[in-house]
Structure formats: C-alpha cells, structure tokens
Design a protein around this ligand. Structure first.
Ligand code: SF4
Length: 381
C-alpha cells in the first residue's frame, strides 16, 4: 500500500514550479501532510481544473491519516546493525545496514528517509552494476541482486543484505549503494530530497540549515561546497580526465533547453519531446559509485542535481508547447513574455493575483525554465 506521502503527492499538480517554496511537488506533499504548508500555499491548486485534487487533499489532511513522527534510531559504527548466518546456507551471512539522513539519534523524524521516486530513479541506474534491479515508486521499496547476494532497500533507510560472503563484501556494496542513493534522502527540516537542496532551490525551514547536509554513513556531504553554486570550472579542476564526460552531458541537455526555448519564442514549436535525462543521470551515478572518485560525492551530486533541474525545465517546455497549441493566438504574447524573461533568468518567483488559469500555468511552467537557466548561468560563469 502506498504511503501517505505518495498518496498526497499523487494529488498534487506535479508542476514542480517552486511557487510554494519547495523545489517540487514531492516536497510540498510532505510539508502539507505534516502541517508545515497549507493548500493555499500552492496557487495551482486554486485553479478550477485542480479543484478535485484540492478536495481530495483536503479530505486527506482533515482525516486521521496524519503519520506519527518516528524517532531516529541509534546507528552503530559504519551503519552495520548486525550480521548473522543465513538460515539457508552455512557459508554466507546476513547484514542489516542503515543509511543516515542526518537526523540525530533520538530526535523526531518528520518524514521517511528516502523519497521513493528519487530512490527509484537512482536505483534504476544501478542496472549495470547489479542484477535484477527493481524498485517500486509507490512503496519506496527497492531490490537488487549481485553475486548470489540479495539486497533490499526500504523507505526508512534500511538496507538488508542476504547471502553475503563477508563483512568486506558488505562494506564494499554498501559504499556503492550509499553513494548512489544518498541523493534521495529527505531533509527533516523541509521535506525535500537532498538533490533538490543541492540544486539551491530550497531554503531551510525552522532553523538555519538543512539537516540532510549531515546525511551519509560512510561518506559525508561537504556543507560548504554544497552551498556554493555548481560551476563547470570546479568539475574540470576536480575530476580531471573524468570531467569531459560530465561536461558533455550538461552541454547536450543545455543545448536542448536552449533550442526548446528558441522554438517556443519563434513559434516553430509544435510538439516538444523532453530529451531523456536517464542516460545523463545514470552516467553520473556511475561516476559517484566509482571508488577512484570517492571523496568527490558533493560535487558529483551537485552535477546530478543540475541534470535533474534541466530535465525538469525540458518537461516545462513540453507543457508550454501544449498550452500554446490550445490557446488563442491573441493570448500568446503574454505567455511568451514569461518565456522570454525565463530565457534570461529574470522571471521573478512571484505570481500576480489573477483568475486566468492559462496565465498561471504558463507562469508556473516558465519558472521551471527560469530555474534551469539561472543554474546554467552559474555553471558557465
Ligand atoms: S506550487 Fe508548484 S511546486 Fe508547489 S505544489 Fe504547487 S505545483 Fe507543486
């Protein structure tokens, strides 16, 4: 059965515009469920076409399905909770590990450890390194096999391994899994995943820092670097011969974004397909899990966060192209004004009050472009 957060997210507009103060609707859904934000904080839910979703969300938050806060457990050194012999074989052991999301033991946990959608996006990138990778976005449950070993990943951060050879194998596999999946850990202050926070699009709530900066069990996030803009020069300097690959991925997505915005503005766009970000995402996960690059996690996760923002902007272009198709020509100028401002990164995160549904949606989707353009401006600076 889906968790309350997944159920709430399924009823959000899924526009990921950031007008509610969260980078994406997943963060809004979590903040709504725990009462940090209200339905009125999402202007899209105020539109006529979204009234059913709003009513369903209202029923959810007024019902008795509010989750109870958990308490962050004690983590043993290295995150290994225990090992014991497997019941079905004498020469293999079982291990239960925990991925830390930055909440200190004994403190209240507002949310789960993993964002299920981000978790599955990242897990699916492990196909080349593990066999039989499966992940359920509804349940926040992942599974992978390697060398007779069975691994399960749970939404609460636990990673169970069965039929493991020895402790070295446990730590070796955990090291890779942790680096691949830490981007999906949820911040206890705002309900956003680490990748959203590393993109710089979410301010901390209830305090002066994001708790998820302390995520990681056998690796750590460099908080200072996490708060700096991500720049091409840093990647070139830090990753040496591995840099070219990462740079090419960003270049190709950025070109696609640029040509999409130009097509919107010159009226040549009919149907726009967002380029798949999967290849770029998985290439970066491969770099993050490469032991020779251990120590560069924060930088690589920031590049991954950038890829995700640019991909989201490409999805925004598809939506804008569709809006233009169904909107009378005389209304196009107002929409294209938003796109034009977004093209130079000058669209403000402030929506003027209006009842015009097309206007609000065009603005919201243009904000997705604006966010990507701003990050890309920093990237090349
Ligand atoms: S304001 Fe935008 S990001 Fe926030 S919930 Fe609404 S549609 Fe999603």
């Amino acid at each position: 059965m889906s968790s309350i957060w997944v159920k709430a997210w399924m009823r959000t507009p899924k526009v990921n515009c950031g007008l509610c103060g969260r980078a994406a609707c997943t963060g809004f859904a979590r903040a709504l469920v725990v009462g940090q934000l209200g339905l009125d904080d999402c202007p899209i839910l105020g539109l006529l076409d979204y009234r059913n979703l709003r009513a369903e969300l209202e029923a959810m938050i007024n019902g008795d399905s509010t989750p109870r806060m958990g308490i962050a457990p004690e983590l043993p050194e290295g995150g290994v909770l225990f090992t014991q012999p497997c019941k079905d074989t004498n020469d293999r052991v079982m291990a239960e590990l925990s991925l830390h999301n930055g909440v200190e033991p004994g403190e209240s946990m507002r949310f789960a450890v993993f964002d299920p959608r981000t978790l599955c996006d990242l897990m699916n990138c492990l196909q080349s390194q593990f066999d039989l990778v499966k992940c359920s976005r509804d349940l926040g449950y992942g599974r992978a096999d390697v060398d007779e070993m069975n691994i399960t990943v749970l939404q609460d951060g636990r990673i169970n391994m069965r039929r493991v050879k020895n402790r070295d194998q446990v730590m070796n596999v955990f090291g890779k899994l942790e680096r691949a999946l830490v981007g999906a850990t949820i911040c206890n202050c705002c309900g956003c995943d680490l990748l959203s926070i590393l993109s710089g699009c979410v301010e901390p709530v209830d305090g002066d820092r994001h708790t998820v900066y302390d995520a990681g069990t056998n690796m750590s996030i460099d908080e200072k670097r996490a708060q700096l803009p991500i720049r091409r020069a840093d990647v070139e300097l830090t990753l040496d011969e591995n840099a070219e690959h990462a740079l090419n991925l960003i270049r190709s997505l950025a070109d696609h974004l640029e040509s999409g915005m130009a097509q919107l503005l010159d009226g040549s766009i009919k149907l726009f397909r967002a380029a798949s970000s999967e290849k770029a995402r998985c290439s970066l996960v491969e770099l993050i899990t490469n032991p020779s690059l251990y120590g560069n996690e924060t930088l690589l996760l920031k590049v991954l966060a950038l890829v995700r923002v640019v991909y989201d902007a490409l999805c925004g272009i598809s939506e804008l192209a569709e809006i233009l198709t169904f909107t009378p020509k005389e209304a196009h100028d107002a929409i294209l004004k938003f796109v034009s401002l977004a093209q130079s990164g000058e669209l403000a995160l402030q929506l003027e009050a209006t009842d015009d549904q097309t206007h609000v949606l065009a603005y919201a989707h243009s904000l997705r472009l604006n966010r990507a353009v701003r990050l890309l401006q920093e990237w090349v600076r």
